[in-house]
Design a protein around this ligand. Structure first.
Ligand code: NOJ
Ligand code: NOJ
Ligand code: CA
Length: 700
C-alpha cells in the first residue's frame, strides 16, 4: 500500500488536470461578518513581539516590566508595533484574522495576591474603555495596525471585557474612567455602576451567582445600569470607528443575557462585525444547555469550548478516543443552531498549552490537522506553531521565542489555511464520519459538489482501512498535504467505495475536490444571525452569479447593497419578527434557506420584578405579546427568573424600545407544566434607551 505514495508535486499535476483549480475565490477583509473561511490567530499582545522599547516601562507604572523577558506576571514588552513588524510572518502562515488582547487602558498598579504582584499585561483589568493602553501604543499606532493588517488581507478582532473593570480590592477599586474622567469606583458606588453581591465561590453556581457576583474579585459592572449601558455602547462605537473587524466578548457566562443581546444589537445596527463570546465550560458541564443556546438568545457566536475540551482529551490526554470525537461532532451539529459559525480552538491563554498535554509532535500535528479541517472557524493560539509549552498563566504565556517559518506546524497551518480559503466544504460543509475506531477518524466535509475527506490516525499503530465509502467522485486523489503528515493517495471507485489502504502511525491524509461551477445559488452563511429591520447582513456561499438577483426573508424582498458570485450584502427588510428564512434567487433558481432571527426593533432592557410563591421545581417566567416575550407561547418564554431573594424574582429582558407591551407571569416546572397568573394582561411601555425596572408586581 505504501507503494501508492506519489510525490506531492507530481500528484498536484495530476489533480490539476482532473480538477482544474482556477483563481482562489475567497472572502476578504471587507467581509467583517462571516468568518467561515478564516483562520484566526490569537495574540497576547504583550507576549508576541516588542516593536517599540519606548513603551515597555511607562513612567507612571513603575516596577512592572521585566527586561529579562522571564517574569510572566510582569509586562514583557510586546506591542502593536511588534505585531505590525510580524505581519508577513502571519500572512505567509495563512492567517486571515488576528485576535488581540483587550486594547483598552488597564490599571497601572499591580494587584497583590498571596504575596505575588500581578500586572495587567493580559488586558482584562480595564479602567478606561475610551483609551488605548500605553503599553500597546497610541491611537495612531492602533490605526496603523488595522491598516497594515487590512493591506495584508488580515482582519483585526479585539478582545473586549464588558463584564468587569479591575479588582474591587485593588489600587483603583475597580475605577471606571471615560477618556480620563473618573465615573465611579466599586468602593464608593453612589451611582450603582457595579454589582455588590460578593465574589462568586465555586459552590455558587446559579445563573444569578455567575452574572451578579464578582469573577475573581473583579468589580462586576452592573449591565442593568443605564449609565453603564450607554458607556459600553459608546465604547464599542469608538473601536468600531477605528476599523476593527470583530469582537471577542470576554466572560459572557458572567454577563446578563439581556445586556449582551442589546449590546450586540447596538453594534449590529451601527457597524456590524463578527462577534463571539467566551462562554467558559468544562465537560461535562451543568451549563451546557445554556451554553449551546447562547447564540439563539443573544445573537453572539460562541467560542467552542465543547469542541476544545473534547479535542484536548482525544489528542492530548488520551482520556477519550476517536469514537468520542465522532460523537462530539455529531451532537454539536445537532445541538448548535449554527455549528459552522462556532469558533474552535485547541488551546488558549487560560488552558495548559497543547504541547504540554501532547509533547509528541506527530500527534500534535494530527490534532492541528483535525482542528483546521473540522467545522467552525479555527483559532491558533500564538506560538502553537513554535510548540510553546507550559501552563496557562505561567510559561504557556511566555514571549514568542522564535518566528520560525519552517516548523512542520507552521507548514500544516499554512497549507490547510489555504484549503479553508479555497474549498467551501471546509467553510460551510456538513460533517459525516465515514470510518472510526479508537485511534482513527475519517470524516467528510461536504458543501454541495465540494468535498474534503480527511483521515487522521492519532496512534503509533498502522490500521488497514477497508470498507470506506465517500461522496468524492471516482478518481485517484493525492494527499492535499503532499505527504507532509505522511498522507498517501486513495482510489475512489465508481460506486463510491475506496480501495483499501493502510493509514500509518500518526498519518493524516487530506483529499479534496472543488467544483467551481454550481447549478444553483448555495448559501453557506448569513451573519449576523440576529438583527432588526434596517440592519446590514452578509450572505456568503456560491453560485450567486454576477448579475443582481433577489434576497428574501421568507416572502419579503430585502434591498441589496452589493452582489458578487460568493458574497452579498443586504438589508433586513420590514418583516414579521421571529425566525425567518433567508434565500437567494439568481438566474431563476432559488438557494437553500438559512434561518435568522429578526428582532421587533431597537433593543433595550426591561428588568421585570415579581413576588411569587412557587413549589419546588417551578420557575417564574414572563410571556407577552411580542416575539421577544415568546408571543404568549410559554414554550418560547425567555430565560427563567433569578430568585436570590425568594419569593421575589427578577429578570432583565431585551425588548424593543419605546413600545407598549402586554405581558403576564407564568410558573413552569421542568416537565413544561405551566401555571398562568390570573387577571387581565399587564401592560408597560419600555424605555427609549438603556434599561428600566418594573415595579415589584405580585402574582395575581
Ligand atoms: C476570560 C479570559 O480569557 C481570562 O484570561 C480572564 O482572566 C478572564 N476572562 C477575566 O477577564
Ligand atoms: C476560570 C477561568 O480561568 C476563567 O478564565 C473563566 O473566565 C472562569 N473560569 C469562568 O467561570
Ligand atoms: Ca457580571
Amino acid at each position: 500500500m505504501k507503494g501508492l505514495k506519489i510525490l506531492g508535486l507530481s500528484l498536484l499535476v495530476v489533480l490539476l488536470l482532473s480538477f482544474p483549480i482556477t483563481a482562489i475565490e475567497s472572502t476578504d477583509v471587507a467581509n467583517k461578518l462571516n468568518y467561515e473561511s478564516d483562520v484566526i490567530y490569537q495574540i497576547l499582545t504583550d507576549r508576541f513581539s516588542d516593536g517599540d522599547p519606548t513603551n515597555d516601562n511607562p513612567y507612571n507604572i513603575p516596577n512592572s516590566y521585566d527586561s529579562t523577558g522571564k517574569d510572566v506576571d510582569k509586562y514583557l514588552g510586546g506591542d502593536w508595533q511588534g505585531i505590525i513588524n510580524k505581519i508577513s510572518y502571519l500572512k505567509s502562515m495563512g492567517v486571515t484574522a488576528i485576535w488581540i488582547t483587550p486594547p483598552q487602558d488597564n490599571v497601572d498598579q499591580p494587584y497583590l495576591y498571596n504575596g505575588v504582584y500581578y500586572n495587567a499585561y493580559h488586558g482584562y483589568w480595564a479602567k478606561d474603555y475610551f483609551r488605548p493602553d500605553e503599553h500597546w501604543g497610541n491611537w495612531q499606532k492602533f490605526d496603523e495596525l488595522v491598516n497594515t493588517a487590512h493591506l495584508n488581507g488580515i482582519k483585526v478582532v479585539i478582545d473586549f471585557a464588558p463584564n468587569h473593570t479591575s479588582h474591587r480590592d485593588g489600587y483603583e477599586y475597580g475605577g471606571l474612567y471615560k477618556d480620563g474622567v473618573l465615573l465611579g469606583r466599586a468602593n464608593n458606588d453612589t451611582q450603582g455602576l457595579f454589582h455588590h453581591n460578593g465574589n462568586r465561590l465555586d459552590s455558587q453556581t446559579t445563573r444569578f451567582d455567575f452574572q451578579y457576583r464578582d469573577l475573581a474579585n473583579l468589580a462586576d459592572l452592573s449591565q442593568e445600569n443605564s449609565t453603564v449601558i450607554s458607556y459600553l455602547n459608546d465604547a464599542a462605537r469608538l473601536w468600531l470607528d477605528h476599523g476593527i473587524d470583530g469582537i471577542r466578548n470576554d466572560a459572557v457566562l458572567h454577563q446578563n443575557d439581556a445586556f449582551l443581546k442589546t449590546w450586540a444589537d447596538e453594534i449590529n445596527a451601527y457597524k456590524p462585525v463578527f462577534h463571539f463570546g467566551e462562554y467558559f465550560t468544562n465537560k461535562p458541564d451543568p451549563n451546557y444547555g445554556d451554553y449551546r443556546t447562547f447564540q439563539e438568545r443573544t445573537g453572539i457566536s460562541i467560542l467552542d469550548f465543547e469542541y476544545a475540551n473534547t479535542v484536548r482529551r482525544v489528542f492530548g490526554s488520551f482520556t477519550e478516543n476517536m469514537n468520542d470525537l465522532s460523537n462530539m461532532l455529531g451532537y454539536t451539529s445537532r445541538d448548535y443552531t449554527y455549528v459552522n459559525d462556532a469558533v474552535t480552538f485547541i488551546d488558549n491563554h487560560d488552558l495548559v498549552r497543547f504541547s504540554t498535554l501532547q509533547p509528541d509532535k506527530a500527534i500534535f500535528h494530527a490534532a492541528l490537522a483535525f482542528h483546521l479541517t473540522s467545522r467552525g472557524t479555527p483559532v491558533i493560539y500564538y506560538g502553537t506553531e513554535q510548540y510553546i509549552s507550559g501552563a496557562d498563566s505561567d510559561d504557556g504565556r511566555q514571549l514568542m521565542p522564535v518566528f520560525d517559518t519552517t516548523t512542520t506546524a507552521y507548514q500544516v497551518i499554512k497549507q490547510l489555511a489555504g484549503l479553508r480559503k479555497s474549498n467551501p466544504a471546509l467553510q460551510y460543509g456538513t460533517t459525516t464520519v465515514r470510518w472510526v475506531n479508537n485511534d482513527v477518524i475519517i470524516y467528510e466535509r461536504q458543501f454541495y459538489d465540494d468535498l474534503v475527506l480527511v483521515a487522521v490516525n492519532r496512534s503509533g499503530y498502522s490500521y488497514n482501512i477497508s470498507g470506506l465509502r465517500t461522496n468524492l467522485p471516482p478518481a485517484t486523489y493525492g494527499d492535499f498535504l503532499g505527504g507532509l503528515l505522511s498522507g498517501n493517495s486513495i482510489v475512489v471507485n465508481a460506486d463510491g467505495t475506496v480501495n483499501s489502504f493502510v493509514l500509518g502511525p500518526t498519518e493524516v491524509g487530506v483529499w479534496q475536490v472543488r467544483k467551481l461551477t454550481t447549478s444553483s445559488p448555495q448559501i453557506g452563511a448569513v451573519g449576523p444571525t440576529m438583527g432588526r429591520a434596517g440592519n446590514k447582513i452578509a450572505i456568503d456561499g456560491e453560485g450567486f452569479g454576477t448579475s443582481l438577483g433577489v434576497v428574501k426573508f421568507d416572502t419579503i424582498q430585502a434591498s441589496v447593497a452589493s452582489w458578487s458570485n460568493t458574497h452579498i450584502e443586504a438589508v433586513v427588510p420590514n418583516v414579521a419578527p421571529g425566525l425567518r428564512n433567508v434565500t437567494v434567487t439568481a438566474n431563476g433558481l432559488t438557494s437553500n434557506a438559512f434561518a435568522c432571527q429578526v428582532l421587533t426593533g431597537d433593543q433595550v432592557q426591561v428588568i421585570f420584578h415579581v413576588n411569587a410563591q412557587t413549589n419546588l421545581g417551578e420557575n417564574v417566567y414572563v410571556v407577552g405579546n411580542i416575539d421577544e416575550l415568546g408571543n404568549w407561547d410559554p414554550g418560547k418564554a425567555y430565560m427563567p427568573f433569578h430568585n436570590p431573594n425568594y419569593p421575589e424574582w427578577f429578570l432583565p429582558v431585551s425588548v424593543p424600545a419605546n413600545k407598549t407591551i402586554e405581558f403576564k407571569f407564568i410558573k413552569k416546572d421542568a416537565n413544561g407544566n405551566v401555571i398562568w397568573e390570573g387577571g387581565t394582561n399587564r401592560v408597560l411601555t419600555s424605555p427609549l434607551s438603556g434599561s428600566a425596572d418594573t415595579p415589584l408586581y405580585y402574582w395575581q
